[in-house]
Design a binder for this molecule. Structure first.
Ligand code: FAD
Length: 517
C-alpha cells in the first residue's frame, strides 16, 4: 500500500495538494482515514517547522485525523511499510523538531481538538475528559465559564496541547503543590505504535499509562485525557519580590514550596534578571503594571550583576474582603527576606492570570520575535548543585541576559510519579531552569548559532562538573547521550518501546530510536 502512496505524495510536491478521501484516488480509503490528507508544500507549511525555528524537514504528508480510528489507520499503514514513521503534532511548540517526521506522516492533532469535552464527578473529585489535541487555553476557558472548575496544574503558556505537554511533563508555578500535569491525569485513550486503541489508567493497562506520561511521544498517541479539576477561584493576587542574594532567594522559595497546602501561596515561580536598565533583560522586566516603577536606589550597594525575583500568586474569591487577602499575603511574605521597597502587586481575574503569557505572545508577534528562532534551554537541576549553577551560569555565562526570561524555581520530587517516563535529578527538591532566548528580527544567523553554542557549553559544563541535572524537553543526537539522560531508567524505556512501538514508528523527531532505512 505505502509503495503506492509514497510516490503519489512525493510526485505531488509542487501542487500542495489538499484532498479528502473521495477525491484522492482512494488513497484515504486505502489508509482507512476519513480526515483530510495534505502533501507537498501544504504539508511542509504545517509540519515542516516548529516554534524553535531551527529545524526544517519535509514530511511525506500531513493527516488531519477525525478521531482515533484515523490515527490507528495511519499507524497501521506505517506498520505495513518498511520505513514510514508517524509523528503526532500538537501545536508544534517544540524547539528542536520533536514533533516532526522527515518523509513520514504527521498527524495534526488540532483537528481532533473538539472530540471530547465532558465534565464528570466522582467521590474523589471532578474531572474533565478532553482531547489530546485540545489547547489548554480552551480547556481552561470552557471549564471555568461552563462549570466554575479548572485543572489544578498549569504551564505558563497555554497555547500548547494536552497531548504535547503530557508527553513531556507540563510544569508551572502550581507544580510544587499538585505535581506536573502528568500527575493530574487519571485516564488516557492511546493509539499505540502497534496500531491498537487502548484505554489506560493507574489500574487498567497501567504500564502503558505510565509509559505514555512523559514518554516523549514514543509509546502512543494520546487521543483523550481525563484531567482532575478543582473549584476555580475568582481572583488572583500576583506578586513579585526582589532579591540580591541567590541563597536568600532559594531559602525563601524552598520554604514556600515546602509549606502545607493552605499555608503557602497557590503559585510559586522565580526568575533571574540583569541588574541594569536593559528593557529586555533588566529592571523593566519586573514591574507588573505600567504604573509601577523599579527603583534601583532601593538596591544595596553590594548587589551584583544579576538579581532574583520570586513570583507568587494567591487565589481568592470575590466574596473575600481586601483586608482578609492583605492579611494572608502579609502573613506569608512577612517571613521572607526580599529587598524592601521592591515589591510589586496586582489583582486580576484568575483566567487572565493563567493567560498572562498570551499578552507576551501578542507583543512578540508585533515585534517579530515570535517568528524568529528560539534556541531555548530547559533543565532540571538538583538543589545540591543549584548554587554552583548560579555562580557559573547566571552570574557568568548569562550575566548579560538571554534576550528573554531566565526562570529558576524549586519543585518537589514527591509530587511526581516515578512510574512515568520522566527522569529527574536526585533529592526531594530540584529546580527547573529555563533560558527562554528570544532573537531580535535584525539578528544575524551567527547570533543564533552563538546561542545554541552557549546552550551546549552549559550542558557540557554540567556534565563535566558532575552537576546532578536532567534536560527538560530533552534534545540529544546520539544514542550515548540518550542513555546518559535516562541513566538507570534506560532499560525500562527500551522495554516500553519494545512493547508499545516495536517498529520504531512513533515520534521520530525525538531522535531516540531510528526506524531502519
Ligand atoms: P508538540 O511540540 O507538537 O509535540 C511535542 C512532542 O509530543 C512531540 O514529540 C510530539 O510527537 C508529541 N505529541 C504531541 N501530541 C501528542 C499526543 N497527542 N500524544 C502523544 N504524543 C504527542 N512547558 C512546560 O512544561 N511549562 C511551561 O511553562 C512551558 N511554557 C512554554 C511556553 C512557550 C511559549 C513554549 C513555546 C513552550 C512552552 N513549554 C512549556 C514547552 C511545551 O510544554 C512543550 O514544547 C510541548 O511539547 C508543546 O506542546 P505542543 O502541543 O506544541 O507539542
Amino acid at each position: 500500500m505505502i509503495a503506492y502512496i509514497e510516490p503519489y505524495f512525493l510526485d505531488n510536491d509542487a501542487d500542495a495538494a489538499s484532498v479528502t478521501g473521495q477525491s484522492f484516488d482512494g488513497v484515504s480509503e486505502s489508509l482507512h482515514i476519513q480526515g483530510e490528507i495534505l502533501c507537498g508544500g501544504a504539508a511542509a507549511d504545517i509540519a515542516g517547522k516548529d516554534f524553535g525555528g531551527m529545524n526544517c524537514v519535509k514530511p511525506l504528508a500531513v493527516v488531519r485525523p477525525v478521531g482515533p480510528e484515523d490515527i490507528a489507520g495511519a499507524v497501521r499503514a506505517a506498520l505495513r511499510s518498511d520505513k514510514l514513521t508517524v509523528a503526532a503534532r500538537g501545536n508544534g511548540h517544540s524547539i528542536n523538531g520533536q514533533a516532526m517526521a522527515e518523509g513520514g506522516l504527521v498527524l495534526d492533532m488540532r483537528s481532533t481538538a473538539e472530540n471530547h469535552f465532558e465534565v464528570g464527578f466522582l467521590p474523589s473529585g471532578a474531572f474533565v475528559d478532553v482531547s489530546g489535541g485540545a489547547l489548554w487555553e480552551n480547556v481552561l476557558k470552557r471549564c471555568v465559564s461552563e462549570y466554575g472548575l479548572a485543572p489544578r496544574s498549569w504551564t505558563d503558556y497555554l497555547g500548547l496541547t494536552v497531548g504535547g505537554t503530557l508527553s513531556n511533563a507540563g510544569v508551572g508555578g502550581q507544580a510544587f503543590r499538585y505535581g506536573p500535569q502528568t500527575s493530574n491525569v487519571t485516564e488516557l485513550d492511546v493509539v499505540t505504535g502497534n496500531g491498537d486503541v487502548v484505554t489506560c489508567s493507574e489500574v487498567e493497562n497501567s504500564e502503558l499509562f505510565f509509559s505514555v506520561l512523559g514518554g516523549l511521544g514514543q509509546f502512543g498517541i494520546i487521543t483523550r485525557a481525563r484531567v482532575l479539576l478543582q473549584p476555580a477561584p475568582d481572583m488572583v493576587r500576583w506578586i513579585r519580590i526582589v532579591y540580591t542574594e541567590f541563597d536568600e532567594f532559594t531559602r525563601d522559595a524552598e520554604w514556600l514550596v515546602s509549606q502545607k497546602d493552605e499555608s503557602s501561596f497557590d503559585y510559586v515561580e522565580g526568575f533571574v534578571f540583569v541588574n541594569g536598565d536593559d528593557p529586555v533583560n533588566g529592571w523593566p522586566t519586573v514591574p507588573l503594571h505600567p504604573d509601577h516603577d523599579f527603583d534601583p536606589t532601593q538596591l544595596p550597594q553590594s548587589s551584583g550583576s544579576v538579581l532574583y525575583c520570586l513570583e507568587l500568586a494567591l487565589h481568592y474569591r470575590d466574596s473575600d474582603s481586601n483586608s482578609a487577602v492583605d492579611k494572608r499575603v502579609e502573613r506569608l511574605i512577612g517571613r521572607l527576606r526580599f529587598v524592601e521597597g521592591l515589591t510589586f502587586e496586582v489583582d486580576l481575574p484568575y483566567v487572565d492570570f493563567l493567560l498572562r503569557v498570551k499578552r507576551a505572545e501578542e507583543i512578540a508577534k508585533v515585534n517579530g520575535t515570535w517568528e524568529t528562532p528560539h534556541p531555548w534551554l530547559n533543565l532540571f537541576v538538583s538543589k545540591r548543585d543549584i548554587g554552583e549553577f548560579d555562580r557559573t551560569v547566571f552570574k557568568e555565562l548569562a550575566k548579560n541576559g538571554v534576550g528573554g526570561p531566565m526562570l529558576v524555581y524549586p519543585l518537589l520530587r514527591s509530587r511526581w510519579d516515578d512510574r512515568t517516563s520522566v527522569v529527574l535529578p536526585e533529592g526531594e527538591i530540584f529546580y527547573i531552569v529555563a533560558l527562554l532566548r528570544f532573537v531580535p528580527t535584525c539578528a544575524k544567523t551567527s547570533s543564533v548559532e552563538k546561542m545554541v553554542a552557549q546552550n551546549q557549553e552549559i550542558v557540557q559544563w554540567c556534565v563535566r562538573k558532575g552537576i546532578d541535572f536532567k534536560l527538560y524537553l530533552p534534545h540529544y543526537k546520539s544514542r550515548e547521550e540518550w542513555i546518559r539522560h535516562f541513566g538507570n531508567r534506560w532499560s525500562r524505556f527500551v522495554d516500553r518501546k519494545t512493547m508499545y512501538d516495536p517498529m520504531f514508528i512513533l515520534s521520530p523527531g525525538q531522535k531516540i530510536f531510528n526506524r531502519a532505512p
